[in-house]
Ligand binder design. Structure first.
Ligand SMILES: [Fe+2]
Length: 378
């Protein structure tokens, strides 16, 4: 059993003010702020820069992160880091900004392309301790990337998501400020919140003895049941936003230890082939994977649905409740409603079968069965 939570977590509304002090304590004098265009448009990138200024630090900005980040974005962030003479990273954004910063952090120390560090080709051994410091300021509540030891980057030539993983990738300090998630639109709040829920469910049902991680999964599921719908309906509800940040963090710590499962193996291909938002892809695939896994872990699905506030008697009813939750939050529940055609399901199933996330699924799952789940989800 193992559990690797971030070394330092600050949580409260207004916690952004701790950023300068934390960055200084990590030895940063000029961090690179890694962010996305929306954060700059909303003035958050500038605000972070001002907070750092106030603590006597300078900073540089890379705000080119996009959903489902690909290799060129990591190279771009690493280039700005080198050109500006930076000495650490502050991520401001959702999972994409954190994934890009984690990748650029490796390149800042070891050089090359981020695809050289693919865990499936022995890349983990190439990442040594002593990477530049990394702080995370999540602005969504979903990916849990602030708590994980991996980053997922698209290889644009092969159209697949590549996992890079190392114990040395741990974020040094996480600042959770619910104020930063207030402006998140309802659809993004829903999709990212469902991503957190899928993390909790997949980690909870993944094989392996880890009651500590299982406890974090339950905490996450309960908080999501209590607060996701409220965070979607009323974006400025800071208590709901705060619950969702803790839910995402808890699930992130849990799945970093226990792994994920078939939902993520399937959803990764939907995002790399069709750029479907990650949380939405998970939400659509979830009920189908639940039905497939039900004989092995049906009781846990019933328990999880009850923690979310549903009265269910079977895994099938739990799967229906979860599909209903996605619909209730205003998201499509089928791949065709999300705009996909069934043209490349076979190739996606082949890639899902090779996806690293599949290893955590509680039931062994073949390529043919993955294809059937895509077909059921159409
Ligand atoms: Fe995820």
């Amino acid at each position: 059993m193992n559990l690797t939570p971030p070394r330092d977590i600050q949580f409260r509304a207004g916690a952004l003010k701790y950023l300068g002090k934390k960055a200084t304590s990590l030895g940063m004098k000029k961090p690179l702020i890694v962010s996305d265009p929306a954060m700059s448009r909303l003035g958050f990138s500038q605000k972070v820069s001002e907070v750092l200024d106030g603590a006597g630090l300078t900073s540089a900005l890379f705000d080119g992160c996009q959903e489902n980040p690909a290799e060129p974005q990591v190279a771009g962030a690493a280039a700005v880091y080198a050109d500006e003479g930076c000495d650490g990273f502050v991520t401001l954004g959702g999972g994409s900004a954190m994934d890009v910063a984690k990748g650029a952090r490796i390149l800042a120390q070891h050089g090359g392309s981020i695809l050289d560090y693919d865990v499936s080709t022995g890349g983990m051994k190439k990442i040594a301790p002593g990477l530049p410091p990394l702080m995370a300021l999540p602005t969504t509540a979903g990916s849990g990337s602030e708590a994980t030891l991996g980053t997922v980057i698209i290889d644009p030539d092969r159209n697949i998501k590549v996992l890079i993983f190392s114990p040395h990738l741990a974020v040094d300090s996480v600042v959770l400020d619910p104020e930063l998630t207030k402006s998140l639109p309802p659809a993004v709040t829903a999709a990212t919140g469902l991503d957190a829920l899928v993390h909790a469910l997949e980690a909870y049902t993944a094989p392996g003895y880890n009651p500590l991680a299982d406890g974090l999964c339950k905490t996450s599921i309960e908080l999501i049941g209590k607060s996701l719908a409220r965070a979607v309906a009323q974006g400025d509800d800071l208590a709901a936003r705060g619950d969702m940040m803790i839910a995402a963090l808890s699930a992130g710590i849990a799945f970093a230890s226990k792994g994920l499962g078939a939902v993520h193996a399937l959803s990764h291909q939907l995002s790399s082939y069709h750029r479907l938002p990650h949380g939405l892809a998970n939400a659509i695939m979830l009920p189908h994977v639940m039905r497939f896994n039900s004989e092995a872990v049906g009781d846990k699905y019933v328990e999880a649905a009850e923690m979310l506030g549903y009265e269910v008697d079977s895994a099938e009813e739990a799967a229906q409740a979860l599909a209903g939750l996605t619909a209730q939050l205003g998201l499509p529940t089928t791949l065709s409603a999300a705009g996909l055609s069934p043209d490349d399901l076979e190739q996606m199933a082949a890639d899902a079968y090779r996806d690293a996330a599949l290893g955590g699924n509680p039931v062994k799952c073949g390529q043919e069965q993955l294809l059937e789940m895509y077909q059921q989800a159409m």
